[in-house]
Design a protein around this ligand. Structure first.
Ligand SMILES: Nc1ncnc2c1ncn2[C@@H]1O[C@H](COP(=O)(O)OP(=O)(O)OP(=O)(O)O)[C@@H](O)[C@H]1O
Length: 368
């Protein structure tokens, strides 16, 4: 797994980017932060497109940016593929023409194993090859743009809100294509998005940026469980991602039974095969706690666990809690009054109640 080493700055009159860290590029790394936090600037620093970049950028031991007099490695020699909101295809060429152009110019520095037929198959491009970009839907254009970028055989793919211009349906259509890229082509991805659904669906790792600095970086699960990151993650709702396996479908009640370790859950029926790994996003506000096994309850998902952390938010009615359910943690958002009424303390056994409806179909399917 390649590692990106950063100790880089970019100064503008009203903004300073100062990013440090060594990021293992495992699968898809989501770059998340408020508008103006420096995400696109950082992407340009990595790509070699930011003239004000200073400091050091290296992929493994290949140094792309170092202190002067060393000259930065120019963008086209870094082997980085870029995908933006606008697909940027040549309008006068067919999709095939666009792809062939990229392939011809490929320097083959990165995923040398990327083959034409694999790209066409993985992105379902066969039916689009003879078409011109102007006749394609937004989602089709982005698939073609992805194909073109892959055929340039990058060693790293940088995506800056590639789906921002698409509506929810088109986004849902293209997400499965994106999520398979690192595994199918051995190319790590750094992905900027504002959309929490995209983060939970796609990301293996998460980097949180605020005011030009990295607030936290690490595996998605770990960061989503951290109660102290709320200010930086303000724009995405607190919650965790639980990886579960589909056990069976209940046609009668239209439910799918899934399992995470010893814990069984039910979700609204999905059409994925038994055995599929389903990533469920469980929001803190959809989880309630009980200190005794609840009875006579309509809620289907009752998970036995231990209260692992409790963070009361002063000046608000709320408290954030973390419940260890054996191998995974859930977040629950309660009122501070409930904390006092129930006498909640860290370490005590609790039952986490999750409304079935909360585990909606937008929860992502990730086939193994
Ligand atoms: N060429 C430039 N000249 C002046 N300021 C710039 C320039 N490029 C970026 N900035 C400033 O840097 C800051 C970070 O911008 P950047 O686009 O990296 O943020 P972002 O996190 O990607 O935002 P968004 O989510 O809105 O796209 C902004 O305040 C912006 O005004």
């Amino acid at each position: 797994m390649p590692t990106l080493h950063l100790a880089a700055q970019a100064h503008y009159p009203d903004f300073a980017l100062d990013v440090r860290g060594d990021w293992p590029l495992e699968g898809i790394t989501a770059l998340f932060g408020p508008s103006g936090s420096g995400k696109s600037t950082l992407l340009r620093v990595i790509a070699g497109l930011e003239p004000r970049a200073r400091g050091r950028v290296a992929l493994d031991d290949e140094v792309w940016l170092a202190e002067p007099p060393a000259r930065p490695v120019p963008a086209h020699r870094r082997g980085v593929g870029l995908v933006f909101q606008e697909a940027g295809l040549f309008p006068h060429l067919t999709v095939e023409g666009n792809l062939r152009y990229a392939e011809k110019r490929s320097r083959g520095v990165g995923a040398a194993a990327v083959r034409w037929e694999d790209v066409v198959r993985a992105l379902d491009l066969a039916g689009l090859l003879h078409r011109k970009p102007g006749s394609l839907s937004g989602g089709e254009r982005q698939r073609a743009a992805l194909g073109r970028t892959l055929l340039a055989r990058p060693r790293l793919l940088l995506m800056d809100e590639p789906l921002a211009a698409l509506d929810a349906r088109r986004k849902a259509e293209i997400l499965p294509y994106i999520e398979q890229l690192p595994r199918a082509f051995g190319v790590p991805v750094i992905y900027i998005t504002h959309d929490i659904d995209e983060v939970t669906r796609l990301a293996d790792r998460l980097v949180l940026l605020s005011q030009g600095r990295v607030v936290a970086a690490g595996p998605l699960h770990e960061l989503l469980e951290r109660l102290d990151l709320q200010p930086a993650t303000g724009r995405f709702e607190a919650g965790v991602v639980l990886e579960t396996r589909v056990e069976h479908h209940d046609e009668r009640f239209r439910l799918t039974h899934v399992r995470h370790g010893a814990q069984a859950l039910v979700v609204p029926m999905t059409d994925v095969p038994v055995g599929t790994v389903l990533r469920l996003r469980i929001r803190a506000r959809d989880v309630a706690l009980a200190v005794e096994p609840p009875r006579g309850l309509s809620i289907r998902n009752v998970l036995a666990g231990t209260l692992a952390a409790l963070h009361e938010e002063p000046d608000t009615p709320f408290a954030e809690t973390l419940v260890d359910i054996g191998g995974a943690r859930l977040r629950a958002r309660l009122t501070r009054e409930a904390v006092v009424d129930l006498g909640l303390t860290v370490g005590q056994p609790v039952y986490a109640l999750v409304k079935t409806i909360a585990l909606d179909r937008r929860a992502a399917a990730k086939a193994e």
